[in-house]
Design a protein around this ligand. Structure first.
Ligand SMILES: NC(=O)c1ccc[n+]([C@@H]2O[C@H](COP(=O)([O-])OP(=O)(O)OC[C@H]3O[C@@H](n4cnc5c(N)ncnc54)[C@H](OP(=O)(O)O)[C@@H]3O)[C@@H](O)[C@H]2O)c1
Length: 275
């Protein structure tokens, strides 16, 4: 199967920087009209201008994925501006470093005071909010492609990143189930599993982790530019597949770690002691 992407609109949630912005540019080069959403309008405007430089159609609207109303409005905007919605990329997300025990000491009364609830509000429920209004339209059209940005560490837990890994694993499972359920209706769902990617992710994570530079813990051979993820996403839109990976050794490692839980546990306990 080879999908012609020309004229097929994509909505990207979390398009103001990093992987989302790079994907917007790559999709536009493939002929897709792009609707960019995120919270920072100035950044969206700048990305839209870069997309238009490539001669493609780009619009933007500010939307917070924790708001179902914002997400509904974003999909409506895509349909009004471009006539339809073919794809939605649920990419908005963030991470932080903290032990599970420290997070459990948070006040659990609301996402404002509970870090685990908050990260699920954005990474997991934000994903559902972003894709919810698009799915009935895709099913009605008999064609569509949902992309969900999980992570390589959505496949295995890493000490001090438990809440982040859990939110990314939840995205992966929802994506896998949806793909099985909606394929017969012409709608694909692919989950994206980047390794460390050089984006604002690490600045945002530092702000949420007492200034710690989380990139320092990631060896340079496990870091990649966002354009690499964007290229793999466009390839997946053309030839739909269940998962998007950009690093084969890490993909294989994820499988091995699942197959050997006791060895994995021993290794992770060692990693947890490191600092
Ligand atoms: N960088 C990595 O190493 C890495 C690895 C694996 C997976 N990922 C995943 O890749 C995705 C993109 O991250 P990135 O690396 O490109 O980092 P990034 O440059 O920080 O991009 C994050 C994007 O999400 C948006 N966002 C965050 N919270 C939002 C909210 N509540 N509503 C709407 N938009 C929101 C941000 O825009 P605004 O702030 O303008 O709203 C921004 O556009 C994330 O889901 C992340 O978990 C990243």
């Amino acid at each position: 199967m080879n999908v012609d992407l020309t004229g097929k609109p994509i909505l990207i949630a979390g398009a103001s920087s990093g992987i989302g912005a790079a994907t917007a540019i790559a999709c536009a080069k493939a002929g897709m009209p792009v609707l960019l959403t995120a919270r920072r309008e100035d950044k969206l405007k700048a990305v839209a201008e870069r997309v238009r430089e490539s001669g493609a159609a780009a619009e933007y609207t500010s939307a917070d994925v924790t708001s179902p109303d914002d997400c509904e409005r974003a999909v409506t905007t895509c349909v009004e501006r471009f006539g339809s919605i073919y794809s939605v990329f649920a990419n908005a997300g963030y991470g932080f470093e903290a032990t599970v025990a420290d997070c459990l000491a948070d006040d659990p009364s609301s996402p404002d005071t509970d870090r685990i609830r908050a990260i699920f509000e954005t990474n997991f429920f934000g994903t559902l909010n972003a894709i919810r209004p698009a799915i009935p339209r895709m099913v009605e059209a008999g064609a569509g492609h949902v992309l969900i940005c999980s992570s390589s560490i959505g496949k295995f837990a890493v000490p001090r990143y438990g809440p982040y890994c859990a939110s990314k694993a939840a995205q992966w499972h929802i994506g896998r189930a949806m793909n099985a359920e909606l394929r017969s209706k012409g709608v694909f769902t692919s989950t994206v599993h980047p390794i460390g990617t050089k984006t604002e992710f690490f600045d945002e994570a530092a702000k949420r982790s007492n200034g710690k530079n989380l990139a320092e813990n990631t060896p340079s051979f496990l870091m990649q530019p966002p354009e690499r993820v964007a290229k793999a996403i466009v390839k997946c839109l053309r030839k739909p597949r269940a998962e998007v990976w950009t690093n084969l050794p890490v993909k294989l490692l994820a499988g091995l770690l699942t197959a050997a839980p006791n060895a994995t546990d021993w290794m992770l306990r060692g990693a947890a002691k490191e600092r």
